[in-house]
Design a protein around this ligand. Structure first.
Ligand code: AMP
Length: 395
């Protein structure tokens, strides 16, 4: 059996996503997610050859999920086809400007970035260490969400606070979703027949977490997320940018602690906070269509803040070849795309309702008329990027 596939691991604090992908043709052999780890409700769901399955794994931790994963890879005859393992790592700070083979030094480097991503990096390290234990003969690669944005110029990443905080502890803007931007901007250039090295592409990655980035000649020159994934756009449950004095306001008015306010801004805000309903854009769109005022307001704020940020990112690009929508909302919501482009009329976007309505569920292409600045939809594929980086680095 030929070793042609890459195992991709994305370890969160209470979840573990996995997939096995052929990096050459993008064929996904198996994919799954284990959730609510270390609780009595822990379970794992996976899809293999179109069949969806689920198993309860009460109180399983990450280590036990790997054991289950080994069983699955054995049962599906995929185990012997794996040539390397790619790990998604959220924060690489300024240390990791590109993907790299995992060594003891790299593990120490990821540890040194824990203060920048205290929820994510420790979980990634558990995934990496466990994978090394289970697959000692395979090379392991780390692919960082932040590395694509390491090309941002200083004026785009420095916060206007005392400079020593940056020098001493790395307080600056880093940006996230870099793997998605790298994939989508290259695909957009290819689809439009442009040289990536001579292209100006604005990307709106709109999932439950959302951000936008300006990609000039294949390099990130600015993005909306900052030190953490809280900055920037309105998201499913995250507030996005707000006046930093909101912290003292909530503390003085309600007596909330720093931890409680952080939790509110990460988990109870965004579409959920404004609508009072849910973080799922589909639910909000349906409620708004049925006349729910706060659901409508949530959509209005989401689109307005997005359009304002996209307009701001034009400054970083200087010109524009295309605006690309991606992520669960960007790929599927014709309504959000239409509202955002209407707000950006000053940049000569003219939507084609027919094309816009057609593009969802993985369909890709242009959604604007021929006399318009180009806006398009591309389905992001971070897993394929991780698989391709892994294949290159292990060979
Ligand atoms: P992601 O994090 O990229 O998986 O995206 C999740 C988001 O995509 C959720 O807010 C979903 O509600 C949203 N989404 C998925 N399908 C649709 C759809 N058909 N219309 C609107 N939003 C959608």
């Amino acid at each position: 059996m030929s070793k042609e596939n890459i195992l991709i691991i994305n370890c969160g604090s209470s979840s573990l996503k996995f997939s096995v992908i052929n990096p050459r043709d993008g064929d996904e052999k198996i994919s799954g997610v284990a959730e609510r780890l270390s609780t009595p409700e822990a379970s794992v769901r996976w899809t293999f050859q179109g069949n969806k399955k689920m198993a309860e794994i009460p109180s399983a931790n990450h280590f036990k999920v790997f054991s289950k994963l080994m069983d699955l890879l054995g049962e599906t005859c995929l185990f012997d086809t794996i040539e390397g393992i790619g790990h998604r790592v959220v924060h690489g700070g300024e240390t990791f400007k590109e993907s790299c083979v995992i060594t003891d030094d790299v593990i120490q480097g990821i540890e040194a970035c824990i203060h920048l991503a205290p929820l994510h990096n420790p979980a990634h390290l558990i995934g990496i260490r466990t994978a090394i234990e289970y697959f000692p003969s395979l090379k392991q690669i780390a692919v960082f969400d932040t590395s694509f944005h390491q090309t941002m110029p200083e004026h785009a990443y420095i916060y206007a606070v005392p400079y020593e905080y940056y020098e001493e502890h790395g307080l600056r803007r880093y940006g996230m979703h870099g793997t998605s931007y790298r994939y989508v901007s290259a695909k957009a250039a290819e689809m439009l027949g442009l040289e990536l090295s001579d292209s100006a592409i604005l990307v709106a990655h709109l999932g439950n977490g959302a951000s936008a980035a300006a990609v000039l000649n294949g390099e990130s020159v600015d993005t909306t997320m900052g030190l953490t994934p809280l900055e920037g756009l309105v998201m499913g449950t995250r507030s996005g940018s707000l006046d930093p004095n909101v912290f003292s306001f909530l503390n003085k008015t309600y007596g909330y602690t720093l931890e409680e306010i952080t939790d509110i801004l990460h988990k109870q805000s965004g579409l959920l906070g404004i609508s009072g309903l849910q973080n799922d854009c589909r639910v909000i769109e349906k409620a708004a269509a049925e006349g729910n005022r706060r659901a409508q307001l949530a959509l209005d704020v989401f689109c307005y803040v997005l359009a304002k940020h996209l307009a701001g990112l034009f400054v970083a690009l200087g010109r524009i070849d295309a605006l690309v929508f991606t992520g669960g909302i960007g790929e599927n919501s014709g309504l959000i795309r239409k509202k955002v482009l209407a707000l950006m009329g000053v940049f000569d976007f003219y939507i084609s309702d027919e094309l816009n309505e057609k593009l969802r569920f993985g369909n890709e292409g242009v959604i604007t008329s021929t006399d318009s600045t180009v806006a398009m939809v591309i389905a992001t594929n971070e897993e394929l990027m991780i698989a391709q980086d892994t294949a290159v680095l292990i060979s």
